[in-house]
Design a protein around this ligand. Structure first.
Ligand code: DAH
Length: 361
């Protein structure tokens, strides 16, 4: 038996025994790696005379191709066996009875975040995230709210800086809105950008419609052409889908935000019955979001060329739209962990996507 046959036999034997992708890789290195058996022999070709080189070269090439194929075939086989095993162990029996005894429910905020993400997801938005503890620059300065700007007062910020520490660029805050994630996204990715950012936000405030921790969903679209018309179309489409009504009374009011120009707020027509708010008519209005065209100053602060790119943004109160859709009168009860409330207003996995409004508590 010549040397090549011996090598072939040894490799085939190893391959027959191998049963993991790792062991196949080891065999590949043993045969075809930089210091592998076949590679070594190929190197020795240069010492042979031209006739021997021709015939031996052909033989070694044929062997190389044969071994490569054997290795690839075996690798594929092991991959398929592993996949088969995984599929078998991941098996889920959907016919198993549901445990109706369970008291756990999905919190209305989680439910509404899922609904909102689904609707914007269908419109082509991705989901982005950012930290709850933000620095002053991302939360304010980059958004065109420099220190001393009156808009900082509107935010009732929780500052995390130590006592006596002078407010500086680097001081930390609990983010007062989801807008800093606009900044983070623009700084790390190039337009076109289409994102929503559902998440927690914090302000020192508490009454029937305010809690120190609440939820917002931010939206940001940056490209070369988007304008106020697109912003309006997108939001109107959203509220129709979210409230599951073809006709919704809404209005856009001019407003002011340092990070958008022009800016607007969107209100939804409602009726207030005692302390309950019902989505209907246009007797009364509930503000659900702020929005506008991204201020070029903000684009430049985030390294986006404001001569080439433009876009719109919005920030919506998740808890507000949840209260409106499901008739929950007091925001504070969202976070009381009262099991009776959670059982009444909570959802099960089968409520997705829910369209019916629940009775009041
Ligand atoms: N960040 C604002 C707030 O919390 C809401 C907001 C308004 C967000 C306008 C936006 C926007 O993106 O364009 O009050």
């Amino acid at each position: 038996m010549n040397e090549l046959n011996k090598i072939e036999e040894s490799i085939v034997e190893q391959l027959n025994k191998a049963d993991t992708e790792d062991s196949i890789e080891k065999i590949r290195v043993f045969a075809l790696g930089k210091k592998g058996k076949i590679t070594e022999i190929m190197r020795s070709l240069s010492d042979m005379n031209i006739d021997k080189r021709k015939s031996f070269g052909k033989e070694i090439n044929t062997l190389k191709l044969k071994i490569s194929k054997l290795i690839n075939d075996k690798r594929l086989l092991i991959k398929n066996i592993n996949l088969e095993k995984k599929l078998k162990s991941d098996f889920l029996d959907l016919t198993l009875p549901v445990n109706l005894e369970s008291n756990g429910t999905i919190h209305p905020v989680s439910q509404v975040i899922q609904e909102v993400s689904l609707i914007f997801g269908e419109m082509g938005f991705d989901i982005a995230e950012g930290p709850d503890i933000e620095d002053d620059w991302h939360n304010f300065t980059a958004l065109n709210i420099p220190p001393e700007h009156p808009a900082r007062q509107m935010h009732d910020t929780f500052y995390l800086q130590k006592e006596n520490e002078i407010e500086s660029k680097t001081s930390e805050v609990l983010r007062t809105h989801t807008s800093p994630v606009q900044v983070r996204t623009m700084m790390k990715s190039k337009p076109p950008i289409n994102i929503i950012v559902p998440g927690r936000t914090y302000r020192s405030d508490s009454d029937q419609t305010h809690t120190p921790m609440f939820h917002q969903v931010e939206g940001l679209v940056i490209d070369e052409k988007s304008h106020m018309g697109h912003l309006k179309g997108c939001l109107v489409e959203f509220v129709k889908k979210f409230f599951n009504k073809e006709k919704i009374n809404y209005r856009f009011r001019p407003s002011y935000f340092p990070f958008t120009e022009p800016s607007a707020e969107m209100d939804i027509g409602c009726i207030r019955e005692g302390n309950k708010i019902v989505l209907d008519g246009d007797q009364d209005w509930l503000e659900i979001l702020g929005c506008g065209m991204v201020n070029p100053v903000v684009l430049e602060n985030c390294g986006v060329d404001s001569k080439k790119y433009q876009g719109f943004a919005f920030g919506m109160g998740i808890d507000r739209i949840a209260m409106l859709k499901y008739g929950m009168p007091d925001l504070r009860s969202f976070f009381d962990s009262d099991l009776r409330w959670l059982k009444h207003f909570g959802f099960t996995q089968f409520d997705f996507p829910p369209n019916s409004r629940k009775d009041s508590f």
